[in-house]
Design a protein around this ligand. Sequence first.
Ligand code: ATP
Ligand code: MG
Ligand code: FE
Length: 345
Amino acid sequence: SVILAIESSCDETSAAVCVDGKILSNNIATQAVHAQYGGVVPELASRAHLQNIVPVVDVALKKAGKELKDVDAIAFTQAPGLIGSLLVGATFAKSLSLALNKPLISVNHMQAHVLANLIPDRKPEFPFLCLTVSGGHTQIVLCKSPLDLEVIGETIDDAAGEAFDKCAKLLGLPYPGGPLIDKYAREGDPARFQFPEPKIPNYNFSFSGLKTAVLYFLMNAGKSQIYKEAFTATEEERKKFIEENLYDICASLQNRIITILLKKFAKAAKDLGVKDLCIAGGVSANSGLRQAFTEMGQKNGWNTFIPEFQYCTDNAGMIAITAYYKYLNKEFAPLTVQPAARGFE
Ligand code: ATP
Ligand code: MG
Ligand code: FE
């Protein structure tokens, strides 16, 4: 089968070609326009998708050595995401389906992040557990088969990627701050500052307390994290403190996010007796998390799996591999299918 997949849920316009379960191309256009606003501006994202989608699909087909007439099915991200962004991909996919008279496959973006782990030759065995850590989600997912996934834990407030990005913003770093914190953390001491660990039951997560702690910590120029003593430093003192300690702050903050994530993930793996563990989503590109996750696996005798970088953040390759399993199962969508801002939550 030749599947053309489109991803347009947020600020990446992407197209990929999957031939018999192998990804032959994964073309991603990242929208630069949002950096100056400190976050994704939905209206601008929709417009950029509209501008990008035809050339992005063209290049994906060319890179795979395929033409539109070779395509057996068209897949697209149906949910979750920004509704205006999703509408562009959905409408484009529907139009192609209609014009080529080929079936349409609707894909859930969060399921696709998980199944990015089925792209390489070395795949996890079912049932496996996946820690999905992205800009909008933090989930522990029990995967019984490609199309049978169960969310067993998730964040009750901010996502892990959101924690990275919001703390980066407090440090005066541009959006998205996650990759920058990763970069600076490599030069810093992760034990220098102690940020709090939330006490949340089961396999759930919370990151909003950490964000607040970092805010007060910076407002006090590192002198204290005690909330009632907040705002004791002047703006100048705060800036100087950040400048002089940026690497250690990033390393300590990243270390705390990683320990919060992996503690719960390890608990789930032990409780459920699952031996194959995956990570997925944009934050799985984090070098500290990748290393700590791999070490955790080695220590406990678990097999660990991490997607290639291009399949961690938003990409159509993961949509294509998910669509491949849906194609095998003949799970097609009607032309009346609607994109949705929420789903799989
Ligand atoms: P969702 O998938 O939940 O709908 P999203 O699609 O916006 O959200 P992704 O594209 O999967 O999220 O991931 C983007 C997030 O990943 C951002 O928060 C970004 O900061 C974070 N991120 C990317 N690279 C790194 C890194 N190296 N270290 C930490 N965070 C990172
Ligand atoms: Mg993005
Ligand atoms: Fe995503």
